[in-house]
Design a protein around this ligand. Sequence first.
Ligand SMILES: C[S@@+](CC[C@H](N)C(=O)[O-])C[C@H]1O[C@@H](n2cnc3c(N)ncnc32)[C@H](O)[C@@H]1O
Length: 229
Amino acid sequence: MRVDVITIFPELFEPFLSTSLIGRARRRGLLRVDVHDLRGWTTDRHRTVDDEPYGGGGGMVMTAPPWIAAVREIAAERRPRRILLSPQGARLDDAKVRDLAGAGDLLLLCGRYEGIDERVRELVVDEEISVGDYVLSGGEVASMVLIEALSRQVPGVVGLADSVVRESFRAGSLDFPQYTRPRVVEGLEVPEVLLSGDHGAIERWRRERALERTAERRPDLLDPATPEA
Ligand SMILES: C[S@@+](CC[C@H](N)C(=O)[O-])C[C@H]1O[C@@H](n2cnc3c(N)ncnc32)[C@H](O)[C@@H]1O
């Protein structure tokens, strides 16, 4: 899978892209992420990317020309899906992650300030994605959320493919509670069944706990007619 990112803060991505599962996936060639500095497409001496909003009001708006030039140049060869990270976009969920994981190359646009001139969205964006109903200061962290979720869908990135299939949302429910050593923590014991060695009983217990937890916390996952918790 290949992802290109456009940002004015490329340095934010360095530790993220070289650490843990993502770092390993990149070193093994399973995932390619190229981060581009938007300022490379500016034409003035100060490499300006923002200006005052028409109509007045506070803050600055990212100007359209560098964005349009950057997206057109990067997208010219491979025709990636061009995604603007935006609090006004469709909210990211597991179905969307799987959809994008199968969509081929992606190009992510990370806004800053009061956002990007609207004409960028009209001219060079295919869709807008939000990581939740709150406002971040920039699209970089939102891009990282998307890249990390997508990377888990790439075969070989997560050691045991089974753990991706079983985790929350994919199985139509939240995950079951997990335990590891020590056996007792401040008087709280690991459920006996997990020590029993009876794999059938363990599977049943896990399924029951997953359903119980989902009914309690996210009944909408079990019955889509229920409003989200
Ligand atoms: C301060 S925000 C701009 C918010 C904009 N004025 C509004 O109210 O919709 C700057 C940038 O952060 C990113 N951003 C902020 N919140 C986000 C969210 N929930 N999901 C994805 N991107 C977000 C977007 O790229 C946005 O252009």
